[in-house]
Design a protein around this ligand. Structure first.
Ligand code: NI
Length: 226
């Protein structure tokens, strides 16, 4: 694992840059109804900052990467390469040093879930940002986002005739038929054990337990048992 050198920018300069990126991303995700709106990004950035401090990772790099992570996600943009070029050009124009920009590029290309087809993460910063994004996918917020995403993609809340998919390619994961409840089994319930850092593993416990409680209640009501 490579050791991240501290980015050569003053604290003031970092704050200014982070604020500029916040404004830029907020504009880019305006109108999103798939659960990847500005408030998702804001929460992931805040979690990434906390995890970075607890784990001894570079908090600035983590926060920058968290702020731009969904700008290049293949479920949100059709031309990932073009979105990546535009994002990196923007970071370069803000005065972020090239090495830091390269680290951010590496983080945001490797952290997506894609049905469990996982690229190995190369830095502690990538582990932190992936954990932050995954924490926002579970718990009460994760449940809300799952149904928002399913609705936006025209999927049912639940349909027992559509089986839960066990293994799948990245393409099947994105395009095959599923339901919001299936998504709990295909992704959300797996995330707790996929957390990279000790801090995120700890934070994931309560959120995971909430998913399990929710599913239990959902199934009882589904079967008109309560
Ligand atoms: Ni995200």
């Amino acid at each position: 694992m490579s050791d991240m050198k501290t980015v050569d920018l003053t604290m003031d300069r970092r704050d200014t840059i982070l604020n500029q990126i916040r404004g830029y991303v907020q504009e880019k995700c305006a109108g999103d109804v798939t659960g990847h709106d500005w408030h998702h990004v804001r929460r992931v950035a805040a979690l990434a900052r906390q995890l970075a401090i607890a784990e001894g990772a570079d908090a600035f790099i983590c926060e920058v990467a968290a702020l731009v992570h969904d700008l290049v996600d293949d479920k949100l943009v059709s031309d990932v390469a073009a979105a990546m070029r535009e994002t990196l050009m923007y970071l370069h124009e803000l005065g972020i040093p090239n090495e830091a920009t390269r680290t951010v590029a590496n983080i945001i290309t490797t952290i997506s879930f894609k049905g469990g087809q996982q690229s190995p993460l190369e830095t502690k910063e990538a582990m932190v940002v992936q954990d932050a994004d995954r924490l926002d996918a579970i718990g009460a917020i994760g449940i809300a986002r799952t149904f928002a995403y399913g609705g936006a993609k025209g999927q049912s809340i639940y349909n027992p005739d559509i089986p839960v998919r066990d293994t799948m390619t990245a393409v099947e994961y994105r395009t095959g038929p599923s339901t919001s409840i299936n998504h709990f089994y295909e992704k959300l319930l797996k995330l707790k054990s996929l957390m990279n850092t000790e801090t995120a593993k700890r934070l994931a416990e309560a959120r995971h337990a909430f998913l399990v409680t929710y599913l239990d209640q959902f199934m009882r009501e589904w079967n008109a048992e309560v």
